[in-house]
Design a protein around this ligand. Structure first.
Ligand code: 4AD
Ligand code: MG
Length: 459
């Protein structure tokens, strides 16, 4: 008989008389004549209850089943007298695949997130992490669905790159040089390296995406990005996934409209397609989540300039740890004050001083600010960072010179401004930050399967 997944079985109106299920035992309760097992196979949050009578021929062996063991159960599907589940399984045969010893760390009691991080290979077997990673999968699908419906093309941008998109120098080096030989020579000779020049893991696929937006129109890339920044915070990891739409013939306002539509669409999809998992987050992870999601879905996001935001922060009576000053980057406490206390909803901040933004952002007419946009959201801070791009060749070249960028490395990028340049815009949305926002999970390490952070890469 073919295996039936538990989510399928629990959602059938008229179930088959018999079913074969396979999964992991969450709990087992014994009595003299029979025993109960709660089986989970990861297909959904819910377990299915199995009742095994003592007339089963391997009953003694079945009694040795422990939490965490893996089993196959063939049984009759019967209506369940217990509440919360439609069907249960009256076992005809129980095959034990593996008995988990007592050292299995996920025994019944609740575990802290910190502890579960030390067993990141086992934590997806808990309710909360199972839900988080099912949702992560569903959201990746929703991203592709959204863009397909809008006629965007999916672009895979390279992970190994010869240019630094953000210009922040927070890159992981890629090399095939032998460290022993480098030590002997006393320096890295990039000419002898694999690519014949310095190369790194990408911090963003944007520059490549721009080339394709100026050919295919609307594109998006969605993939891993790497940052060697030494920030040990609850919102930074060294390897994360970024969604980057890039749109030709699109200005800053349309860029924001797009970001707002995207966030709302994905949130709605999560509520519609993952109601059980979302209910777990609302009930057990963050009591204020439902209200936040309601705001996300049903209110227009605020839009103000960086200058206005500085004004709001300066007038606020809050004692910030970091001083608010025009011309400096906002700290996370400032971003959160704006989204959580002042606007009480997501807010787009636009037109930042050029000094604190990368070379590719479009210069505004004031000559001081650029057409940048960040989306700040309650509970997280920065979710999206983007801009309208500088499409004017001379202005772009001047800006690169002012910033001492090695122009020769960007010859191909500059080509796009020579040959059929056009206004275009885009942004990057951190996938993990988005997941934090809609699950209420407060540490980024808990929404990515195996987090990479400074000083930690166990798995
Ligand atoms: O604001 P960022 O640095 O923007 C860019 O890289 C642009 N080139 C994107 C573009 O315009 N195509 O990063 C974009 C987003 C941030 O808003 C944040 O959500 C996320 O990426 N992010 C991180 N997420 C987790 N860990 C980190 N270390 C992150 N750094 C950025
Ligand atoms: Mg940013």
């Amino acid at each position: 008989m073919k295996r039936t997944k538990i989510n399928v079985l629990l959602n059938i109106d008229t179930p088959p008389q018999e079913a074969l299920i396979k999964g992991w035992v969450r709990t087992k309760r014994d009595s003299k004549e029979f025993l109960f097992m709660e089986i989970n196979d990861g297909s959904c949050l819910k377990n299915i209850q199995v009742v095994a009578n003592n007339d089963l021929k391997n009953y003694q062996q079945i009694q040795t089943i422990t939490t965490g063991s893996s089993v196959c159960v063939l049984g009759k599907v019967v209506e369940s007298p217990g509440k919360g589940q439609k069907w249960e399984i009256q076992a005809i045969a129980v095959e034990i695949l593996n008995i988990a010893p007592e050292s299995y760390p996920l025994q019944k009691k609740r575990h802290s997130d910190e502890f579960l991080r030390t067993i990141a290979h086992l934590r997806p077997r808990t309710n909360k992490y199972g839900a988080a990673f099912r949702l992560r999968s569903e959201m990746a699908f929703a991203i592709h669905k959204f863009y397909r419906e809008k006629g965007f093309r999916y672009l895979t941008t390279p992970l190994i790159t010869g240019s630094d998109c953000e210009g922040a120098g927070e890159m992981f080096r890629v090399t095939s040089l032998d460290p022993e030989l480098v030590k002997k020579a006393g320096q890295m000779d990039f000419k002898k390296d694999f690519f014949g020049q310095e190369s790194n893991l990408t911090v963003s696929g944007q520059l490549s995406a721009e080339m394709f937006a100026l050919a295919l129109g609307d594109v998006y890339s969605f993939g891993p990005t790497f940052r060697a920044e030494n920030s040990n915070t609850s919102r930074h990891v060294a390897e994360f996934w970024m969604l980057e739409p890039e749109m030709a013939f699109c200005d800053l306002k349309e860029n924001m409209d797009h970001g707002e539509e995207l966030v709302k669409y994905l949130t709605r999809h999560a509520m519609d397609e993952c109601p059980e998992d979302m209910a777990l987050f609302c009930n057990f992870v963050d009591k204020s989540l439902s209200k936040r999601i309601d705001t996300l879905l049903n209110t227009e996001f605020a839009r103000v300039s960086y200058t206005e935001a500085i004004d709001i922060l300066e007038k606020s009576k809050t004692a910030f740890e970091f001083k608010v000053e025009y011309g400096t980057d906002l700290q996370s406490e400032h971003e959160r004050y704006l989204a959580e206390e002042h606007f009480k909803k997501p807010v787009f901040l636009t037109d930042y001083p050029k000094e604190i933004k990368p070379f590719y952002m479009r210069m505004n007419d004031d000559g001081k600010t650029v057409a940048a946009v960040d989306l700040l959201v309650p509970g997280i801070g920065e979710l999206i960072g983007g801009s309208q791009r500088e499409e004017r060749l001379l202005v772009l070249e001047q800006r690169m010179r002012d910033m001492n960028l090695p122009m020769e490395n960007y010859w191909w990028y500059l080509d796009s401004r020579k040959f059929g340049s056009a206004p275009h815009s885009g942004f990057g949305m951190g996938f993990e930050r988005f997941l934090m926002m809609i699950t209420g999970i407060s540490n980024i390490r808990d929404v990515i399967p195996f987090p990479r952070t400074p000083g930690s890469i166990d798995f």
